[in-house]
Design a protein around this ligand. Structure first.
Ligand SMILES: [Zn+2]
Ligand SMILES: [Zn+2]
Length: 349
């Protein structure tokens, strides 16, 4: 994630900032320019010839702006919502705001990567979101997180840290975050959009396996008997071993973890130079913008040392490892293939 400067006073501000702590100016994020600007006293903003207004969800915490030419009330992230929770129910506003904050981070990455997520020609579905609770009318009881035909459904209970941690513990998962859910489900969407029926299908099957295997049966097997004991040898997570589609979505999600975290390290000018003999293996070169890397190898060689340092930092603070993953060689190959699909490389290149 980028760092931003208040355009009114120059103070450092952040992706989530809604007002500048230096001068008090109200701030807005321009998605088409990926820039943060201070709002005028009239509440709008300008960048070159373009005029912007706050998203209609600003009072609910959205700091994104809408290009006046779009003629839309909602920003490019908020307008993807099909269903939002019942905001009159106690606690729902807070849970929903947390979801939206994480969703904007997903959309930021998609914009940064130039990935298409709006409706396309020939009936290609755009990305949509349903945020439901178990008590939503017509929800039919327990809401399961998932993706179908462009629609991502998320149970808003996942925004409650206690419920999410309970789920994480019960499912024996080392990593469970709202952003991780969004990234994972977007992986299913982009498999449909970029891999299904394309030249990438054959290379996909070679690396991830045959996705025509019975999905429902694979899922049932996983919940009955657990993952294969050797899943670590070629999967990024236990859940990735369920079915080639889940493997893809988990790998895709991991790729987004990588580029976003590397971008943050890059904007802070972070490089590693371990101060002990033999520490060179953990050294990194001054990084470049990871969204601009065309070469996957340079991306992964920046990533591995950074994850070691990240984990050491979080252990120093008494937290669990912030990065509870170990990437086996076949997993790195899969990440490389996601990289090539994302960058629009030719499938046979
Ligand atoms: Zn300021
Ligand atoms: Zn918005």
């Amino acid at each position: 994630m980028k760092l931003f400067a208040c355009t009114s006073c120059g103070q450092t501000v952040y992706f989530d900032s809604i007002a500048c702590k230096g001068c008090g100016a109200l701030l807005g994020f321009i998605p088409d320019a990926l820039a943060m600007v201070a709002l005028s006293t009239e509440g709008g903003a300008a960048a070159g010839p373009e005029r912007y207004l706050p998203c209609a969800h600003r009072s609910s915490g959205c700091n994104w702006l809408v290009n006046q030419r779009d003629g839309a009330h909602f920003c490019v992230s908020c307008r993807l919502n099909r269903t939002i929770p019942d905001l009159s129910a106690p606690g729902n506003v807070r849970l929903w705001q947390r979801l939206e904050g994480e969703k904007r981070r997903l959309i930021y990455s998609l914009l940064r990567l130039g990935l298409p997520f709006e409706e396309g020609p020939g009936g290609v579905a755009g990305l949509e979101f349903d945020f439901l609770s178990d008590s939503s009318p017509g929800g039919g009881g327990r809401v399961m997180t998932g993706h179908a035909g462009g629609l991502i459904t998320l149970n808003i209970a996942e925004a409650d840290p206690v419920a999410r941690e309970r789920n994480r513990f019960e499912m024996n998962e080392p990593y469970r975050t709202i952003l991780g859910h969004f990234r994972h489900e977007s992986g299913h969407y982009f498999w449909d959009r970029l891999v299904r029926g394309s030249g990438w299908l054959a290379p996909f099957r070679e690396l991830f396996g045959d996705e025509s295997a019975d999905y429902a049966q694979a899922l049932q097997m996983h919940y009955q008997s657990g993952p294969a004991p050797d899943w670590r040898e070629c999967h990024v997570s236990a859940y990735a071993s369920v079915h080639p589609w889940e493997d893809w979505a988990e790998t895709w999600s991991h790729y987004l973890h990588m580029v976003d975290t590397l971008e943050t390290a890059w904007v802070y000018g972070l490089t590693l130079e371990p101060r002990h003999a033999g520490g060179e293996v953990l050294a990194t070169e001054p990084a470049a913008d990871p969204y601009e890397f065309t070469d996957f190898q340079s991306l992964i060689s920046q990533w591995m040392p950074l994850t070691v340092a990240l984990n050491s930092l979080s252990r120093s603070m008494g937290h669990e490892a912030v990065y509870p993953f170990a990437l086996a060689t076949p997993v790195i190959e899969k990440l490389g293939s996601v990289h090539r699909v994302v960058r629009g490389a030719p499938p046979d290149g």
